[in-house]
Design a protein around this ligand. Structure first.
Ligand code: AMP
Length: 634
């Protein structure tokens, strides 16, 4: 067994030696000339000069040894459809999709926006892009038209791939009207939208730019599209994520570094082996979906299970039955899902045969102790919390069981993963924190392979946002608070910025505020995250109206609150909808006009907001207090 401490130390002291060894996990069409090009910090170019392809490594490379093994098992409890694709099937489908994309003009370096529900074609589309050397940008299917349009304008795609409809909890969501609105709003709308017609939408829109996939797939049924050999540092994808401003950032990732990092994580963190089956219950629109539904299991020659549906339909035993039926070895989801399942009949879990399951991985939001204890007792298997973010692409903190099965510490995702020089720093001085002192979690240069290369189209934003926010140090900021103990275990203490985490989904409070502000009745709004027993956090909106009388009586206030929620649904998507809207006549601000968000959040959680010497008018605090009290006038 390797020792964690030495292993981690080597990865930091001698990253070139460490990652040169790991690079052997993937196929290089042309070997790299340099493990790490550090000539332009904070940018890092891993495996410079090497040429490879993510699709080749995820699919083609396995054809000799596992063509008949399942690569993708698809289960939809929304439509009742279940499909299995061997590596040979996957290869054929990806070639068809790539040929269709190519026939629609997609070339190396072009962007393809993928706005799809959880269907196998989403995986084919992602891998087809990788094959062609096109840059995919998956937009979560729950985002509304204006959000989709903003991403179109940033990515300027050659093609958009979408479907007639998605489905969630038994409800069909028509996609074509959303796509149509986004196409109309966007300045850089692509000429064509490739449509996967699931025949779910009762009334599918017909627009001149829509092209049906199925007939084209037939035309290209026997196509073989060669893999484009990309230099390791060419972009593989852009994935938008929320930050402090209302404008989402396009997290750009490379090809070679990402492939190596994911393949290594499969062994060292997930203990996944070729032939294993992994079920990651997330969405392809999030980074967990990119890394651990699609790429990592396939790079490792495993079977990945893709699931469309909720964890409680048809009943709360569905995921456990999937484990039994598909002999799932590794499962990965967010703590929210476990909190939801905890409320279900425990017999549903006990009656399933879970003998195949080795480990449950949880990430995306803090794992609270009662949930951690409940699920590890119920399963009787290791539960591995892991901490990371869209930007890093793979875990930063975890008990790396494939390195050394260190003991778990409740409330902590564990110790820094190999490759990450993780340092907690004082927010004012930038100096490393003492043990037990709260600080900003930072990463020293260089970030390991697999992490973001830059912000799409905006190197300056990458440097300024991530590398210039800690005083006096050029280090990467995660924008998370943490505290580290004497054994290296880090506990996460929330975000340093205005990002909140609802059910594992990362949302910028600015984005929600902008959506609410677009309603004519609104003068000002503050959105904060507060603790929620199921979703981790919930968004609360405090709204100042242009005409205070508009919410004078409870019925009018309810109606207006519903209208604001509907505005968020339309502008951003239902995931951004605030749990509650409170009307106030003023918001707590500093004398220079800055919103005192932390104070608002503290009051909304019933905590003391602390000393606020710079506050403009302390009466605003009282309004927040009254608004959130159950007997308050909101
Ligand atoms: P995302 O980029 O959407 O994956 O969100 C990343 C953010 O989620 C991190 O910056 C943390 O704030 C939070 N997060 C992710 N994983 C964990 C975890 N295991 N424990 C606590 N917070 C987490």
């Amino acid at each position: 067994m390797r020792r964690y401490r030495e292993f981690h130390r080597e990865s930091i002291d001698r990253p070139e030696d460490f990652w040169r060894r790991e690079a052997a996990r993937i196929h290089w069409q042309t070997p790299f000339t340099e493990v790490l090009d550090r000539s332009n910090p904070p940018f890092a170019r891993w495996f410079a000069g090497g040429r490879t392809n993510l699709c080749f490594n995820a699919v083609d490379r396995h054809l000799d040894t596992r063509a008949q093994q399942n690569a993708l098992v698809y289960v939809s409890t929304e439509t009742g459809i279940e499909r299995r694709y061997t590596y040979a099937d996957l290869h054929a489908e990806v070639n068809r999709m790539a040929a269709v994309m190519r026939s629609l003009g997609v070339q190396r370096g072009d962007r393809v926006l993928i706005y799809l529900p959880m269907i196998p074609e989403a995986v084919f589309a992602v891998l087809a892009c990788a094959r062609l050397g096109a840059i995919h940008s998956v937009v979560f299917g729950g985002f509304a038209a204006p959000s989709l349009a903003a991403r179109i304008d940033d990515a300027k795609p050659t093609l958009l791939v979408s479907a007639d409809a998605g489905a969630r909890g038994g409800k069909v969501i028509d996609y074509t009207p959303l796509v149509d609105e986004a196409m109309a709003r966007a300045e850089h709308a692509p000429p064509r939208v490739l449509l996967i017609d699931r025949q779910l939408a009762p009334e599918r829109l017909n627009a001149p730019y829509l092209i049906d996939y199925e007939p084209l797939r037939e035309q290209h049924y026997n196509a073989h599209v060669p893999c484009e050999w990309l230099e390791s540092n060419e972009p593989s994808y852009v994935l938008y994520t929320s930050g402090t401003t209302g404008k989402p950032k396009g997290v750009q990732r490379d090809v070679g570094g990402y492939a190596v990092a994911l393949a290594a994580s499969m062994e060292y963190i997930f203990e996944g082996r070729a032939g294993d089956t992994m079920f990651t219950a997330s969405d392809i629109g999030w980074v967990v979906g990119h890394s651990y539904i699609i790429y990592a299991p396939l790079l490792a020659g495993m079977t990945t299970v893709m699931y469309e549906g909720t964890p409680v339909r048809p009943d709360g035993g569905i995921w456990w039955r999937l484990v039994e039926q598909h002999r799932i070895n590794l499962m990965f989801t967010a703590p929210t899902a476990i909190r939801v399942l905890k409320k279900q009949d425990p017999a549903l879990l006990r009656s399933a045969d879970l003998s195949s399951l080795r480990t449950l991985f949880l990430a995306g939001e803090p794992l609270d102790e009662p949930t951690a204890v409940w699920i590890s007792d119920a399963l009787g298997k290791p539960v591995v919390d892991n901490y990371w973010q869209t930007e890093t692409g793979w875990p930063m903190l975890a008990i790396q069981r494939g390195v050394e099965a260190l003991p778990q510490k409740v409330g902590s995702p564990g110790v820094p993963c190999y490759g990450y020089d993780l340092v907690l720093r004082n927010e004012h001085t930038g100096e490393p924190c003492a043990q037990g002192e709260k600080g900003v979690i930072t990463l020293s240069y260089p970030l390991p392979p697999g992490c973001m290369q830059t912000v799409w189209g905006d190197d300056a934003r990458f440097v300024k946002t991530y590398w210039e926010s800690v005083p006096g140090q050029q280090v990467y900021s995660t924008f998370d608070w943490g505290v580290q103990d004497e054994n290296g275990y880090v506990t996460i203490l929330g975000r340093t910025d205005d990002v909140i985490n609802v059910a594992g989904h990362r949302l910028g409070t600015r984005e929600i505020e902008e959506a609410i502000s677009s309603h004519a009745a609104v003068a000002e709004v503050a959105v904060v995250g507060v603790n929620d027993t199921v979703k981790g956090q919930a968004a609360l909106a405090f709204v100042v109206l242009r005409d205070a009388g508009a919410a004078a009586d409870p019925a009018a206030a309810d109606k207006l609150a519903a209208a604001l929620a509907a505005t968020v649904d339309r502008q951003l998507g239902a995931i951004g909808r605030p749990a509650r809207v409170h009307f106030v006549s003023m918001l707590p601000k500093t004398r220079s006009g800055k919103l005192l968000r932390r104070a608002i959040a503290a009051l909304a959680e019933g905590r003391d907001p602390g000393d606020l010497p710079t506050i403009e008018d302390a009466a605003a605090l009282q309004q927040i207090r009254e608004a959130v009290e159950p007997t308050g006038k909101a």
